[in-house]
Structures are given as C-alpha cells and as structure tokens.
Design a protein around this ligand. Sequence first.
Ligand SMILES: O=C(O)c1ccccc1N[C@@H]1O[C@H](COP(=O)(O)O)[C@@H](O)[C@H]1O
Length: 210
Amino acid sequence: MPPLVKFCGLTSPDAVDAAIRLGATHIGLVHYEPSQRHLDLSTAAALRQRAGSAVRVALLLVNAPPELTGKAVATVKPDIVQFHGSETPEWIAAVKQHVAIEAWKAIGLKDAGTLERMQKYRGIADRILFDAPAQALPGGTGTRFDWSLLKNHRHTMDWGIAGGLDPDNVAAAIAATGAPLVDVSTGIESAPGVKDVDKMAAFLKAARNI
Ligand SMILES: O=C(O)c1ccccc1N[C@@H]1O[C@H](COP(=O)(O)O)[C@@H](O)[C@H]1O
C-alpha cells in the first residue's frame, strides 16, 4: 500500500492545483502568524474551497485559543485540524466536544520516553504526526528526527512522519519507519513559503516507487 502524502504549508492557488494534479492525498494550510507560510483565515478558506473534495485539507494551528480555533474551523471548514503546538489531550478533547472534526497531533520525537508519554493521546487524537522536536518554531524548519526510534515501535494509533523530508530522503524514511503517511513542507520549496512543482513531483515519485 503506497503511503499517503501530505503537502503542507501551501500558500497559493497554483500550489493547491499542482498538489491535486500530482496526486497528493492531503494538503495543509498554516494559520500561525510566526510562520512564513501563515495564511489569514479568508485566504485559507479560499484555498480550501479551491481544493474541494479532491484532497483532504488540514488546517495547522499552534496553541490557538478555543475562540480562535472555533472561528478558524468555522471559516476554513477543513477536514482535519493539525495541532502542532503543546496542546494537551484535554485541550484537543475540549475542541472535539464543540466541533466534530478529525484531529491530528504533532509530536516532537526526542527519545523513547516521548513514545510512552504520547500514549495519553490515544482515543483523542485521530492521528499522531511524528516530527522533529521544536526548534525556534514548533515545525516547518526542515529538521529531521531520529527515524530509528520508530523501528520497533508498536503503533497503537494511526500515524505519520514529518520533519526534514525531501525528495532525496523520503524513500529511506519510509523504509526505516514503515510510515503510512509522509508530510513535507520545506523539502518541496524553492524559497520559504514557495512550493516548487518539480520538487513536489519528485517527492511523490520517490514516496510511491519504493
Ligand atoms: O510550516 C510551518 O511554518 C510550521 C509552523 C509551525 C508549526 C508547524 C509548521 N509546519 C509543519 O511542520 C512539519 C515539518 O515541516 P518540514 O517539512 O520539516 O518543513 C510539517 O507538518 C509542516 O507542515
């Protein structure tokens, strides 16, 4: 079964069209002001509408307060909210009580202890996205984590990997981890926030031809 492929941090209609044409299964829109891929809610809503049902759309939020989370979901109408900050299971459960939405939780994978601690998201997050531990920003930095940490891990939740993936390393990352979903942002850009269609195509080819 080829892995699901999510292109995150799309900022333009052209990038959305290319992701769909090339066959990505998911796209991500970032609403987080410090990010170079930040979209205001009306721009995110327009890109989400453009995607229609051709791909699943994730809205990435970082520690957004409840009112903002509600407003963002109501405005953008994503299929998924990707919580990419330090949101607790209680936080995500509270959001899900108000809005029926698929919730992904990004986890900065530092060591084996992280794999134990993240069990508290079981039954609350619909997918865990393993990423590199937070740097200056909590994600989107092109930083890898140690893939070998997942080698013998028995997964108890749906999951995927992110963090420093690119067309040259994604096949090795899938081989090392067995990831059913790969998520990339920096690795398919020509400049921060600008997606490169050739890199998007190369990433999909590498992820699917293993
Ligand atoms: O893209 C961002 O700017 C961003 C900001 C804050 C949190 C997460 C962010 N991006 C997500 O981080 C992972 C890994 O990205 P990369 O491939 O290493 O650049 C991915 O899910 C991005 O969408």
